[in-house]
Design a protein around this ligand. Structure first.
Ligand code: ZN
Length: 172
């Protein structure tokens, strides 16, 4: 989960990794949310390296799971709608599930499922997983056609995919 906090005395953008897995992004007084997001995106490799050094995240409590579910339900369906509209994808339904073995899935009927654990990842990965599943509405496999399509809507997709696999977030 990512939290942005504006700090009147901060001079620079800063990322703090909390022991519970949260990522805190400090925005300086005259900074912008947009620049903070760009800063965070530029630090993905560093964050992944830091998280890889940490012991596995302890299993979440039922309360934490429900908090993530509520967060995911209010964020992911509208984000899917925005990205689908932007890149011209059609889909049927979006469901949020407590999936612990995969981040997302797409059925042949265009029903998309997303793991509520996505909310524990930086936004760049959430968008990546959404675009990955949206591309499956047109290409139901991981062949060259799929990757070309995904690269066209998400430049650097393969690199993001590799980094996502290294994320320190334990699913489940
Ligand atoms: Zn896939």
């Amino acid at each position: 989960m990512i939290e942005y906090r504006r700090h009147p005395r901060a001079k620079n953008y800063k990322i703090t990794l909390k022991p519970d897995g949260r990522i805190l992004v400090t925005i300086p007084n005259f900074g912008t949310q947009r620049k903070a997001e760009a800063f965070l995106a530029s630090k993905q490799d560093w964050i992944a390296a830091q998280q890889a050094k940490r012991p596995p995240v302890p299993p979440l409590s039922a309360v934490e799971i429900e908090r993530l579910r509520a967060e995911a339900k209010s964020y992911i369906p509208q984000r899917v709608a925005v990205l689908a509209d932007q890149y011209g994808f059609n889909y049927h339904t979006v469901r949020i599930k407590n999936m612990t073995s995969r981040w997302g899935s797409c059925s042949s009927r265009g029903n998309l499922n997303f793991s509520l654990h996505l909310m524990r990842l930086p936004g760049v990965y959430i968008d990546y997983v959404i675009l990955h599943e949206l591309c499956h509405t047109q290409e139901m496999n991981h062949g060259p056609g799929f990757w070309n399509l995904l690269e066209s809507v998400c430049p650097g997709a393969k690199k993001i995919d590799r980094a996502l696999r290294k994320q320190g977030v334990a699913i489940g």
